[in-house]
Design a protein around this ligand. Structure first.
Ligand code: ADP
Ligand code: MG
Length: 252
């Protein structure tokens, strides 16, 4: 089984169906870039993978576990919020806004999850957090508070914070969209190295260059449906669908 399997995922808000039967598989170690116009349902889909939204139909499995359910006596039972939070630990998520704790240092932000949520020992977690800061190129910023960091540095701390939970899967929702253009590259570089290290990633992005060089597969979503999927070369350089062609003509 693939690490992520989504079959027939449907989601409505009120009378508006924003996901109209999404099928998606992501293999272990694969990087999938999710592209598409604003309002296509990209964020909603990521939130469904992480059970931040419940789905109306279909099913999503992460590492063989049905998201939002546990099985007992041969049946699936819906999770309560506390159990869902437990399931969510395996999935790291990085948003457009970094949402770091403002009154904590970079190091403390990274240590928070493993210490508070996983109940691990501070000394061991601290050593790992320092190594993660090093990995995102911020070893010298351990004691800095978010306000003392640039947007790009804050986003790199946010990535390190997600990695501190040792996730099986990383979800990125337009992680560079809120950044000044000159800070985009440093965040994409961290994501690229993560991909090279074999992390499984679903990345919502408008950074076509990143998708072209890092994605194993590109999925193009419009109006809650997948209209085209394939290798970056197929989808980005030789799109078959008019909607994909129109979108790429605007962003390229
Ligand atoms: P994208 O990330 O591709 O821009 P979204 O997943 O954010 O798209 O949104 C898809 C559609 O769902 C949009 O029309 C949006 O207004 C709507 N939507 C998203 N979240 C909610 C919500 N919590 N309540 C109502 N409508 C929502
Ligand atoms: Mg979005």
């Amino acid at each position: 089984m693939a690490l992520v399997e989504a079959i027939g995922v449907r989601k409505s808000f009120g009378h508006t169906e924003v996901l109209k039967g999404i099928d998606l598989e992501v293999e272990r170690g694969e990087v999938v870039c999710l592209l598409g116009p604003s309002g296509a349902g990209k964020s909603t889909f990521l939130r469904c993978v992480n059970h931040l939204e419940t789905i109306d139909a279909g099913r999503i499995w992460v590492d063989g576990v049905p998201v939002g359910f546990r099985s007992a006596n041969g049946k699936l039972h819906e999770l309560r919020e506390r159990e869902a939070a437990h399931q969510r630990r395996d999935v790291g998520m990085v948003f457009q806004r970094f949402n770091l704790f403002p009154h904590r240092t970079a190091l403390e932000n990274i240590m928070e999850g493993p210490v508070q949520v996983l109940g691990r020992g501070r000394a061991e977690v601290r050593a790992e957090a320092l190594a993660l800061l090093e990995r995102v190129g911020l070893a010298e910023k351990a004691g800095a508070h978010p306000a003392q960091l640039s947007g790009g540095q804050q986003q790199r701390v946010a990535i390190a914070r997600a990695l501190a939970m040792k996730p099986k899967l990383m979800l990125f929702d337009e992680p560079t969209s809120a950044l000044d253009p000159e800070l985009v590259g440093e965040v994409l570089d961290v994501m690229t190295s993560l991909a090279r290290d074999g992390m499984t990633m679903i990345v919502v992005t408008h950074e076509i260059g990143f998708a072209r060089s890092v994605a194993d597969r590109v999925v193009f979503l419009v109006d809650g449906a997948v209209v085209e999927t394939g290798t970056p070369a197929d989808v980005l350089d030789n799109p078959q669908q008019p909607r994909t062609q129109q979108f790429l003509a605007k962003v390229l």
